[in-house]
Design a protein around this ligand. Structure first.
Ligand SMILES: C[S@@+](CC[C@H](N)C(=O)[O-])C[C@H]1O[C@@H](n2cnc3c(N)ncnc32)[C@H](O)[C@@H]1O
Length: 201
């Protein structure tokens, strides 16, 4: 995720991302299902401002200033389903098209996830697409993440650096060695290092 001031999660569900990411100064979480919103208002009241409404309705009414990150994880298109009907609130093809048209028109950073499917890849042509295997109840499936921005140089949350388990482990160990070295420096040497870091970066 690139840095952002406002985070908008348009299809909250179990809220796996909202609950795992570093909070933004302002967060909105939307779901059409009253039970989803009721559960979050009870158990995670401080994480976001919750809205029980249609995602497109929220996005069309919201006054964007450009420093938002919108994340949409809508119900999966029926063509990708192994089992039919999973959520109480469902999406038909026309709903997917309306959502994607709305997301394409937003003046801010947007990420969308779904299983690989032709409707999304044709409507989001030109967007950056990252594919990754996801463990589900029915086995490993390939999930796609589309973003309307290129791979960011800086990230919102540095706790998940690295593309694979091994990479994340290597980065964590490298960071730990650096922290130990810096902690062991005499104070004035650390001060010199800080001065150099703040000038150079
Ligand atoms: C794929 S799930 C989201 C899963 C979520 N990312 C998680 O971590 O559990 C899709 C969610 O979209 C919600 N939904 C369905 N139609 C909606 C609509 N029109 N507007 C907003 N949310 C909707 C469903 O209630 C469901 O909770």
């Amino acid at each position: 995720m690139p840095p952002h001031r406002v985070y908008i999660e348009s299809h909250l569900g179990g809220g796996a991302i909202l609950r795992s990411k570093k909070p933004a100064p302002i967060s909105y979480a939307i779901d059409a299902d009253p039970r989803v919103i009721g559960n979050f208002r009870q158990n995670h009241s401080s994480l976001a401002e919750y809205q029980e409404m249609d995602a497109v309705e929220f996005l069309k009414a919201y006054q964007f200033s450009g420093d938002e990150l919108v994340y949409s994880d809508p119900p999966y298109p029926k063509s990708t389903r192994l089992k039919q009907k999973i959520y109480r609130c469902e999406y038909e093809d026309a709903d997917h098209e309306e959502l994607l048209e709305t997301l394409i028109s937003l003046p801010c950073q947007v990420m969308v996830s779904s299983y690989e499917n032709t409707l999304y890849s044709s409507m989001l042509k030109g967007w950056n697409e990252v594919k990754f295997p996801n463990k589900t109840q029915t086995g490993i499936r390939i999930e796609s993440l589309w973003t309307n921005y290129p791979k960011p140089k800086e990230v919102h949350d540095t706790r998940y650096l690295g593309g694979t388990f091994r990479e994340r482990q290597t980065i964590r160990r490298k960071q730990e060695r650096l922290r130990n070295k810096i902690s062991a420096l005499p104070t004035y040497e650390r001060q010199a290092l800080f001065e150099w870091i703040s000038e150079a970066y």
